[in-house]
Design a protein around this ligand. Structure first.
Ligand code: IPM
Ligand code: MN
Length: 356
């Protein structure tokens, strides 16, 4: 169906360097949308640490309802030096993931040309896999509490919650994604079934059940600790990994450094249902010490904008962004580290626009 309905994007720059990188992501997105004839409508939201410190609110009344009218959210970064850890993360990032039921956290791990990896002898063709992280359950669900808090007898509980529905929808999406990606056609479940004999038994049984519907996909299992070894030793083995929320958080930082660090690693919080609102972000934090200095690398956010386009069904535009990024990393940038790129934050954005 050809439609002229605009793609509506809510932009939350957030804290620290978030607004700077979000601006570059949107610069590239607008440029490619123009080239591809995609109408785009955007609105900026000032949610984050500064607003919280000024008003005491993270997501003001009506914010969720308004964000729900957008197709996608582009998020810069969350984390403010004057706000205690956990407040903004829980009140903004996790709140949006949960409220919009963004049950897939998609993290492509791709070494772009010209980008340095700490792995000796590995090339772009060796580091090219995707982690599908469940994004609404596990220890992130916030179940737990204290008993006798602050006393020598204190008890703290933090419970991992897994549901059949939650892991099944994620696993099924991962199988579909592996099929569509059409590369090695291998899906690896990463868990810890030798210790987490309840929750990860549910994951394993669900994985085995769903696998029956995908005879064309090779399945495999890694314990999470072993996965950390293999990912460093033989990253070329992996095609798609599906894993739990907590383990996915950890292994995607490891994977992020293999692909050149937080300057390039992007992720999508996806609600794949019709009408769902998804959210895309660079994996790195708010980097307060670099704020406002034009030193931070916007490539991850530009890649996140590309993922946004892909999820919105604009695959050609997304492919164009990915290719332009690779041209810029491969032929222009000196490094992916903040302050060492050879260009300012906005110059890198301009280079990607030129390469489109
Ligand atoms: C991530 C981050 C978040 C997470 C934090 C900021 C809550 O580390 O997106 O990986 O743990 O999911
Ligand atoms: Mn993380």
């Amino acid at each position: 169906m050809i439609t002229n309905k605009p793609l509506r994007i809510a932009v939350i720059g957030g804290d620290g360097t978030g607004p700077e990188v979000a601006a570059e992501g949107m610069k590239v997105l607008r440029a490619v949308a123009k080239l591809e004839g995609i109408p785009v409508e955007t609105k900026d939201f000032d949610f984050g640490g500064d607003r919280y410190l000024a008003t005491g609110e993270i997501l003001p009344e009506g914010a969720v309802e308004e964000l729900a009218t957008f197709d996608s959210i582009l998020l810069g970064a969350v984390g403010h030096p004057d706000v205690a850890p956990g407040i903004l993360e829980k009140g903004l990032l996790l709140e949006l993931r949960f409220t919009f039921d963004q049950y897939i956290n998609l993290r492509p791990v791709k070494l772009f040309p010209g980008v340095e990896t700490p792995l000796a002898g590995k090339k772009p063709e060796d580091i090219d896999f995707v982690v599908v992280r469940e994004n609404t359950e596990d220890m992130y669900a916030g179940a737990g509490g204290f008993l006798k808090k602050g006393t020598p007898d204190e008890v703290a509980m933090q419970t991992a919650i897994y549901t059949r529905k939650g892991c099944e929808r994620c696993i099924r999406w991962a199988f579909e994604y592996t099929r569509k990606r059409n590369q090695k056609k291998r899906l690896t479940l990463v868990a810890k079934t030798n210790v987490l004999t309840y929750g990860h038994s549910l994951w394993q049984r669900t994985f085995d059940d769903v696998a029956k519907d995908y005879p064309d996909i090779e399945t495999d299992y890694n314990h999470v600790d072993a996965c950390c070894m293999w990912m460093v030793k033989n990253p070329e083995y992996y095609d798609v990994i599906v894993t739990t929320n907590m383990f996915g958080d950890i292994i995607t930082d490891l994977a992020g450094i293999l692909q050149g660090g937080m300057g390039v690693a992007a992720g999508g919080n996806i609600n794949p249902e019709p009408g769902g609102t998804s959210m895309f972000e660079p994996m790195g934090g708010s980097a307060p010490k670099y704020t406002g200095r034009g030193l931070i690398n916007p490539i991850a956010t530009i890649a996140a904008a590309g993922m946004l386009l892909e999820q919105a069904g604009h695959e050609k535009a997304a492919a164009r962004v990915l290719k332009a990024i690779q041209t810029v990393t491969g032929t222009k940038m000196k490094s992916q580290a903040a302050g060492k790129m050879g260009y300012s934050t906005s110059e890198v954005g301009d280079l990607v626009v030129e390469a489109l």
